[in-house]
Design a protein around this ligand. Structure first.
Ligand SMILES: Cc1cc2nc3c(=O)[nH]c(=O)nc-3n(C[C@H](O)[C@H](O)[C@H](O)COP(=O)(O)OP(=O)(O)OC[C@H]3O[C@@H](n4cnc5c(N)ncnc54)[C@H](O)[C@@H]3O)c2cc1C
Length: 496
């Protein structure tokens, strides 16, 4: 009789190192575990679909497939959603079905619904399903308020983060970090080009009847390559590990450097965290953050707080999934945004006449990434200077960002628009010129993305329309002071 085997369904955990559900499967089946990835047509048809992010995602899958094959295993990429995909896959097998299917849990509303359907389906087929935590260090259902009121989840970041740090010190959560030692040493060996012995004992061709090629990854990569018009960073867990290693020497300076967009003082890990090329547990181990205490004022502590912001926004999306479609705060759900298409177009193209805003949007359009400080500035400008709905901005960011991720993107937009949980108060309106003077004092960031201003003195760069010899740049499409008054009126008309 053929030996049993397991299938690991990859989704946002695109790596081998420290992948808990994959490891569980591998142990249960003594290395006879195969990987599968399904392209869900619903995902590919989303209005905020991004060719660039998809291109990066495909490269991540390719790196994973190559790694699994080097380790004696395999990854099959199928051109259908998981429901039809599993049926198809099972119909191709020349052996009996797998004993186990494993996957790591996802917290987005669409994914949770999909996963419970698949769980039931596989269960009915007699295939046991095992899931694990992976994408977050602490899952939303693990971090509850101490009182047992019906609205028992944290809606404000500070108490959430206090609780998060207090859980961090407990053995169970410490273990999640210390167990990463092995996975990081595996990545280090790969980085140094050391030989790694195969650990998997099965490939798809051992089990599938037909000879025809059913793996769709290369064909997707080929089709998508023509749509990708920006340079993509290196993808995969090894690239993530390299970014993490590079950041080790910077983390102590994070507090003073993180707000200056011209200085690469941040980790650039968001694109890798999004796909699960790396996880918060690995980051905490590698940067030795597991003993951090709430409230310390150091670079390492501030960095950890940012990781906690990510977990906070996932927590909010999990407990209040309607934020995907509407404001978290009900009083701000019917704001009368002006939504002028021509202003939105100018904002998207980086042609508003405000250099810091335009530099940010051009960084986004040409690299697929934008510095966090500038994300806050351009988001505030869209909502509170141009009076355009945060949802338009959220959607445009998702179309452009390589790290575009529903929970932190929605959280960031609702924070800037003052409609979210624990947001910026609506009457705090960023002045783009002052922000520019403070965070890009020499105008180096501006000049990098607006080369047409490269000969302009920093004295005029932040507000070139004030230059005595005349404005060398596009005339501002709005006057900040006037728009501020209008924005305050707009927010005052909220539901009470
Ligand atoms: C309007 C707006 C939209 C955003 N959209 C996204 C998005 O789609 N995807 C995304 O990952 N982040 C988003 N952010 C958060 C933040 O801007 C990015 O995570 C950060 O710029 C990524 O760069 P980094 O990895 O160098 O960050 P670092 O400063 O090195 O931070 C480390 C990690 O902490 C997390 N993090 C940092 N800042 C935040 C934050 N404010 N909120 C939540 N998590 C944070 C990220 O996972 C990041 O990789 C958004 C912020 C705003 C204001």
């Amino acid at each position: 009789m053929a030996e049993s085997f397991g299938i690991h369904w990859f989704r946002r955990d695109l790596r081998v190192a420290g992948n808990p559900a994959l490891k569980w499967n591998w142990k249960q089946n003594q290395g006879r575990t195969l990987g599968v990835f399904f392209f869900d047509s619903k995902f590919l048809a989303r209005p905020d679909f991004s060719h660039h992010r998809f291109g990066f995602f495909l490269n991540t899958l390719k790196a994973l497939q190559t790694e699994l094959r080097e380790l004696g295993g395999d990854l099959l990429v199928l051109d259908s959603g998981p429901e039809q995909g599993f049926d198809y896959l099972l119909s191709l097998l020349k052996t009996r079905p797998p004993t186990h299917v494993t996957f790591n849990r996802d917290y987005e509303p669409f994914a949770r619904e999909r996963d419970s359907k698949i769980y039931r389906k596989l269960d009915q087929l007699g295939i046991s399903v095992h899931t694990e935590r992976d994408h977050l260090l602490i899952e939303p259902q693990e971090l509850k308020k101490d009182d047992s009121k019906p609205q028992g989840f944290y809606q404000v970041y500070t108490p959430f983060s206090k609780k998060w740090f207090s859980l961090l010190s407990q053995d169970e959560f410490q273990n999640r970090i210390t167990t990463q030692k092995e996975s990081l040493s595996y990545l280090n060996k790969r980085k140094n080009g050391n030989k790694i012995e195969p650990i998997f004992k099965l490939t798809w061709s051992d089990l599938i009847k037909k000879e025809e090629r059913i793996d769709q990854l290369d064909s997707y990569i080929q089709k998508t390559s023509t749509q990708v018009t920006i340079p993509l960073p290196e993808a995969g867990s090894l690239a993530a590990y390299q970014a993490l290693t590079l950041f080790k020497s910077k983390v102590d300076h994070y507090l003073e450097k993180r707000d200056y967009p011209n200085d690469p003082g941040t980790s650039h890990l968001s694109i890798y965290l999004k796909n699960g090329s790396i996880t918060p547990a690995m980051v905490l181990y590698s940067l030795d953050l597991k003993n951090e205490k709430w409230g310390d004022k150091t670079g390492r502590n501030q960095f950890l707080k940012e990781i906690v912001w990510r977990e906070f926004y996932y927590h909010i999306l999990y407990h209040q999934p309607n934020v995907e479609h509407e404001a978290f705060l009900s009083q701000f759900r019917n704001l009368k945004w002006e939504n002028r298409e021509d202003w939105f177009e100018a904002w998207k193209q980086g042609k508003t006449g405000y250099p810091i805003v335009d530099a940010g949007m051009r960084q986004l359009n040409t690299t697929g990434w934008m510095h966090n400080r500038v994300r806050m500035i351009v988001a505030s400008f869209l909502c509170k200077d141009l009076l355009i709905s945060w949802q338009w901005g959220e959607n445009y960011f998702m179309k452009q960002l390589l790290d575009g991720d529903l929970a932190p993107n929605n959280g960031g937009w609702q924070w800037a628009a003052s409609t979210g949980c624990d947001p910026q108060p609506y009457f705090r309106i960023f002045n783009p010129t002052l922000q520019s003077e403070k965070f890009d004092p020499k105008g180096e960031y501006i000049k990098k993305f607006l080369p047409e201003l490269k000969n302009i003195s920093p004295d005029w760069l932040h507000a070139p329309w004030t230059r005595p010899e005349g404005n060398p740049y596009i005339s501002p499409i709005v006057d900040h002071q006037q728009q501020k008054v209008k924005a305050l009126d707009l927010y005052k008309q909220r539901n009470t």
